[in-house]
Design a protein around this ligand. Structure first.
Ligand code: ADP
Ligand code: MG
Length: 226
């Protein structure tokens, strides 16, 4: 699903985001990305979203060769990737239904199919009975579930989450991680950036640890510690 080969991102002279990183993530895998603040985690996510261009090296995601592809292909690439952030990024004046439906309107899904798919994905995240609520009427954990539903509604091959539990208490954080694992079990490749040491250490998933822009360790059933 993902191949990075000797990928370096240099922002300005001397400001290195990623330093010669090579790694592979298989279709259907679940991997945590961990590391101290400034270690390159968000840089990696932005490179995968093609929000940033690598300074050198090759990135291939789901058959798209980032260095070779045409600009007009970027929207098609982005449809393959769902993304979730720490701060949820919901539209405050729109209902839960509308927040998720918006992702489908952008790609012009017919109305009837859209209704069914939005309902289904909100049921998947446990919010099938909150369609008319506004984001502010939900807890933080519930708002993050809406953001996950929005990321999933177009059936992406890859889900990227950049510190999705950073604003949540431990119980909600664990529930969101359990939901992300459930999504992986249904066939989506899932990459989760996190600082949540306890959760990483007890979930027994692949851990890719970054340090100063480089891969410090990469282990299946790994631990947070670097
Ligand atoms: N827009 C930018 N301009 C210059 N340097 C940046 C920029 N964004 C990130 N960096 C640098 O790249 C490194 C990695 O940052 P980042 O990927 O945001 O780390 P993390 O998400 O692990 O905290 C840091 O040294 C940071 O200062
Ligand atoms: Mg970051």
């Amino acid at each position: 699903m993902i191949t990075l080969q000797n990928v370096t991102k240099e922002y300005q002279k001397g400001s290195i985001g990623l330093d010669n990183v090579s790694l592979e993530v298989d279709k259907g895998e679940f991997a945590f990305i961990v590391g101290k603040s400034g270690s390159g985690k968000t840089t990696l996510i932005k490179l995968l979203l093609k929000e940033l261009e690598a300074t050198s090296g090759d990135i291939v995601v789901n058959g798209y060769h980032y260095q070779k592809m045409k600009r007009r292909q970027i929207p098609y690439l982005r449809r393959q990737i769902g993304v979730v952030f720490q701060d949820f990024r919901l539209l405050r004046d729109r209902s839960i239904y509308e927040n998720v439906a918006f992702a489908q309107q952008v790609i012009e899904v017919p109305k009837r199919a859209m209704k069914r798919q939005v309902q289904n994905v909100l049921e998947l995240v446990g919010l099938g009975n909150r369609l008319r609520a506004l984001p502010d009427e939900l807890s933080g954990g519930e708002q993050q579930r809406v953001a996950i539903a929005r990321a999933l509604v177009n059936h992406p091959a890859l889900l990227l989450a950049d510190e999705p539990t950073g604003n949540l208490d431990p119980q909600n954080a664990q529930e969101i991680m359990d939901l992300l694992v459930e999504i992986q079990k249904r066939g989506t490749t899932v990459i989760v950036v996190t600082h949540n040491k306890e959760i990483v250490n007890h979930m027994g998933k692949r851990v890719i640890a970054l340090n100063e822009g480089a891969v410090h360790h990469d282990e299946k059933g790994g631990t947070y510690d670097i």
